[in-house]
Write a protein that binds this ligand. Structure first.
Ligand code: PXG
Length: 471
């Protein structure tokens, strides 16, 4: 493809392209930033700007850009067998090998995988499997699935229903019936501002109590599964208090409810283990996966299935009427397989756990000294900054100021991709980022925060922590 000039591309984009999660009209007026190439942790736009991509694309380019081995794996497979399906008793080597490799890397009790084309399709598959499982167990009334407010599980109708994003429900509803949501373990956003919450650990336990209360309300014999991300990603890189997961596990065990751990972001090294479930010592029945599985080079997802559910589906289920044209697509599977091979050969997961995660944590935490930052948190290579008007109380800026989006746009100008979730700034850089690049990331983030502060002050916005510093 010969590249059109930047202005023409932007015009055509505005005229014809409806972007995901975008105000179509506003973008049409502003124009988009066209990304033309990338290498390592950097992307480059059509105007020639080099930008450090601290979001790894959309939480997915874990091995970084420009990995020839992944391109070669795709080319080789596309040449040999570009497509064949896994329906009607057929299979092909990349799907077989990927399935076996995934099950070797997954927790011991997970020995089966169902492939999909994305994380959303993986979560659609979860709904089908969970309900099928209980029906086969002779308990079809056990059908409720409990998710969490501000959880994210995708944008298909089932994915959006499992997720707890209120604005999505308002636009996409009515949601899939039999799905409900409980409170999220977001200490900074919901625990700290609540005068009745003493500390993060008791708040974590309170969130598990809320789950138990909902189960009792619905009737335990009606509840099929609980679905959650180990660390919420799209919700704002929300790291639960240490008390949260052990308390949740106890509740689920007490009522015989399946645990679905959505590993679409946390899987494949993000938290310094192969899966977030390993970090939190969870025993999931189902684990939806995608994104980092192929480092985003080609679209692929899946659901890892624990023995309890798999054996029932296999032994008692007969035909499972579910699947996608691109379930286990050969080129996508070949790239995922190579991606996992490279991750193992390069010791990426250990490096995140032992070196890069702790290094990022130390550099990132220092940003709490900034007048706009109420909390800087990270785990492995996922992190967040809470922008506040008053550091002491955690008071937010007026929503109408859209400070997070302002900061995000300034980041772009500064040469950094950082995502905003309200006034929470989020990072999830490629897992191959170096220490020097982490230093640069933090330097750029600080510069963008300084500029955000400067622009807010120029608008006459009151910032309590600055007033305190000055007085
Ligand atoms: N589960 C989780 C935990 C996710 O983060 C999905 C499922 C759905 O995956 P697909 O491949 O269908 O997109 C996701 C996706 C954002 C953002 O703005 C996050 C996602 C997707 C798009 C935007 O942070 N996560």
């Amino acid at each position: 493809m010969t590249l059109k000039d930047s202005t023409t591309l932007k015009q055509l984009d505005s005229a014809h392209h409806l972007h995901p999660f975008t105000d179509f009209k506003a973008l049409g007026e502003e124009g988009s930033r066209i990304i033309v190439d990338a290498h390592g942790v950097y992307i480059r736009d059509a105007d020639g700007n080099r930008i450090l991509d601290a979001m790894a694309g959309l939480w997915c380019v874990n091995l970084g850009y420009g990995r020839k081995e992944l391109v070669d794996a795709a080319t080789q497979q596309l040449t040999q067998l570009p497509y064949y399906n896994n329906f009607f008793k057929t299979s092909h080597p990349p799907a077989v090998e990927l399935a076996a490799t995934l099950c070797r890397l997954a927790p011991q009790h997970m020995n089966r995988v169902f492939f999909t084309g994305s994380g959303s399709e993986a979560n659609d598959t979860v709904v089908r499997m969970v309900r099928r499982y209980w029906a086969l167990k002779g308990r079809p009334q056990k059908h409720w699935i409990i998710g969490r407010e501000n959880g994210y599980h995708g944008s298909t109708v089932a994915g959006m229903s499992l997720g707890g994003m209120a604005p999505m429900h308002e636009q996409g509803g009515p949601c899939v019936p039999g799905i409900t949501h409980v409170r999220q373990p977001y200490w900074y956003g919901e625990g700290l501002p609540d005068a009745s919450c003493e500390d993060p650990e008791s708040f974590g336990r309170r969130c598990a109590e809320a789950l138990e209360a909902r189960i009792q309300e619905l009737g335990a014999d009606q509840v099929a599964a609980f679905i959650a991300e180990p660390v919420q990603g799209a919700g704002g890189a929300i790291i639960p208090p240490d008390s949260y997961w052990p308390a949740i596990k106890e509740v689920l065990d007490r009522y015989d409810i399946l645990l679905v751990v959505d590993e679409v972001i946390c899987g494949f090294g993000r938290l310094g283990e192969w899966f977030g479930s390993v970090h939190y010592d969870l025993t999931p029945d189902l684990m939806p996966i995608a994104k980092g599985l192929s480092s985003g080079y080609l679209p692929i997802g899946g659901v890892l299935v624990g023995d309890r559910v798999a054996e029932t589906l296999i032994e008692e289920g007969g035909e499972f009427y579910h699947g996608f044209t691109y379930s286990g697509h050969p080129a996508c599977a070949a790239v995922a397989l190579k991606n996992l091979e490279l991750m193992q050969a390069e010791g990426i997961v250990d490096k995140v756990r032992n070196e890069l995660g702790p290094y990022l944590a130390s550099r990132w935490k220092a940003l709490e000294a900034h007048p706009l930052i109420g909390e800087a948190r990270s785990l492995g290579l996922i992190g967040a900054l809470e922008i506040v008007a008053d550091k002491a109380s955690g008071q937010r800026f007026d929503k109408a100021l859209a400070v997070g989006n302002l900061c995000r746009d300034i980041c772009f100008e500064t040469g950094l991709v950082m995502r905003s979730v309200g006034d929470t700034m989020v990072i999830s850089p490629p897992l191959v980022i170096s220490r020097d690049e982490i230093d640069e990331l933090v330097r750029l983030a600080e510069r963008a925060l300084d500029e955000t502060l400067r622009r807010l002050e120029a608008q006459g916005v009151s910032i309590a922590s600055c007033e305190q510093v000055e007085s």
